[in-house]
Design a protein around this ligand. Structure first.
Ligand code: 6PG
Length: 453
């Protein structure tokens, strides 16, 4: 990723020095820079890297999240000078970014936590870039960042979003939405596969969906993936891949931060859970034997699956946006949520036709920070949720696993009830712990029920 980003920067006409702690990787990189050689200075050490830069210096680091970031920052801060800038462009837990920002400020060093989305290809040819940190620290590098970013109708998909950890937080939630979207797509694939749809036909279904409101990078690559054959075996490639999903932490961080902020991004949580459960392959095999019950194929119209995916995708995005709004308030970031949606319209993994609509809906102002209450999405959900309900109902009664679809629908049904059932929870809390409750007919708090002693 770092190499791809470096090539992108050099290609846009900026001089750059590069370092990798493996000299082999550095040599490989220099062998592949081709025409860009004059723009690139290789450095065998961090000292050499820093010495090759004009002042004030700016260094981008792209290493594994966690301890490796701290270790590189530590070494860099020994050789950099006050006024210089360190940019962490990897995925990072925003709590770490906040701490690093504070620690480096004390040394007079600037620090930006920058989320870069788009995978290897995006980094090379135009990612979406979410910048967090001091705005003044961003100003000197803004022209580089906007030059290398993806463009949506000419608008660079890069911006400064807020102070300290704001950029990494937004990137984390982006990834949470990515997890939800990937899981929903996998569930739709699972339902079709159980129903006996061939992978070739399924590839066509996804390719067709990609021409409609579901148009997105993830649907597009799903259509492509399903059509690929593993050459040694001649089998479809998905058939030879072990069904155990990896995860590096951003989905989990999204869920943890949602809970800490008194939110609950359940569609994302279901996606994280499904990846975690997938790791227990042998246990699942044992459970398959122990619980042979109903496990029937579900006969669903493609149009219903398509609409259900759209409804659940909107709900997943909505939970992500509500989480961003809550974080913005809690950390006083003043995030411009419409701008966030705008810079997700191209370059990033969750880029989709929906994001342009999300950006304009959000720009008009969201009631209660709820994307799903914006007029365009109210209309879309009224159209598509009946299909989501049919998909969930049929899957549940046939024993088909659809954790993310079900989570999206449960959330939707829960929040569209003005009078819920937590009156009873409050009564129970008061009964056993005199926790007190509010009344519907009087102002104030701390009322108690007439429970027997
Ligand atoms: C992106 C991706 C990128 C990476 C994920 C994979 O926006 O470009 O999200 O950040 O592919 O970190 O994450 P998992 O390994 O957790 O799926």
């Amino acid at each position: 990723m770092g190499a791809a980003l470096a090539m992108n920067i050099a290609e846009k006409g900026f001089g750059i020095a590069v370092h990798n702690r493996s000299s082999e990787k550095l040599d490989d990189f220099m062998e592949n820079v081709g025409d860009l050689e004059d723009q690139v200075t290789p450095a065998e050490s961090l000292d050499g890297l820093v010495a090759a830069l004009g002042t004030p210096r700016a260094v981008i680091i792209m290493v594994k999240a966690g301890e490796p970031v701290d270790s590189v920052i530590e070494s860099l801060s020994e050789v950099m000078e006050p006024g210089d800038l360190i940019i962490d462009a990897g995925n990072a837990d925003f709590n770490d970014t906040r701490a690093r920002h504070a620690a480096l400020s004390e040394k007079g060093l600037n620090f930006l936590g920058v989320g870069v989305s788009g995978g290897e290809e995006g980094a090379r040819h135009g990612p979406s870039i979410m910048v967090g940190g001091d705005r003044e620290a961003y100003a000197p590098i803004e022209d580089i960042i906007t030059a290398i970013a993806a463009k949506f109708e000419g608008d660079p998909c890069a911006d400064w979003l807020g102070p300290d950890g704001a950029g990494h937080f937004v990137k984390t939630v982006h990834n949470g939405i990515e997890y939800a979207d990937m899981q929903l797509i996998a569930e739709a694939y699972g339902l079709m596969r159980t129903a006996g749809v061939s992978l070739g036909d399924m590839a066509e279904v996804f390719a067709n969906w990609n021409k409609g409101p579901l148009q997105s990078y993830l649907i597009e690559i799903t259509a492509e993936i399903l059509a690929v054959t593993d050459s040694p075996t001649g089998k479809p490639v998905v058939d030879i891949i072990m069904d155990k999903a990896g995860q590096k932490g951003t989905g989990r961080w999204t869920v943890i931060e949602a809970l800490k902020l008194g939110q609950s991004a359940t569609t994302i949580e279901a996606a994280v859970a499904a990846r975690s459960w997938s790791a227990g392959k042998e246990m699942r095999a044992a459970a398959e034997d122990a619980f042979p019950g109903v496990r029937d194929a579900v006969d669903l119209a493609n149009a219903d699956l398509e609409a259900a995916l759209l409804a659940a995708r909107i709900i997943g995005y909505g939970q992500g946006m509500a989480l961003l709004a809550a974080a913005s308030e809690a950390f006083e970031w003043s995030l411009d949520l419409a701008r966030v949606a705008e810079i997700w319209r191209a370059g990033c993994i969750i880029r989709s036709a929906l994001l342009d609509e999300i950006a304009s809906g959000t720009r008009e102002g969201l009631q209660f920070d709820q994307l799903i209450l914006s007029p365009a999405f109210v209309e879309r959900l009224n159209e598509t949720v009946p299909a989501l309900r049919r998909v969930v109902a049929a899957s549940v009664s046939s024993g088909q696993p659809i954790p993310a679809f079900a989570a999206a629908l449960s959330y939707f049904d829960t929040i569209r009830r003005a009078r819920g059932t937590t009156d009873l929870i409050q009564a129970q809390r008061d009964f056993f712990g005199r926790h007190g409750f509010e009344r519907v007919d009087k102002d104030g708090t701390g009322f108690h029920g007439p429970w027997a002693e």
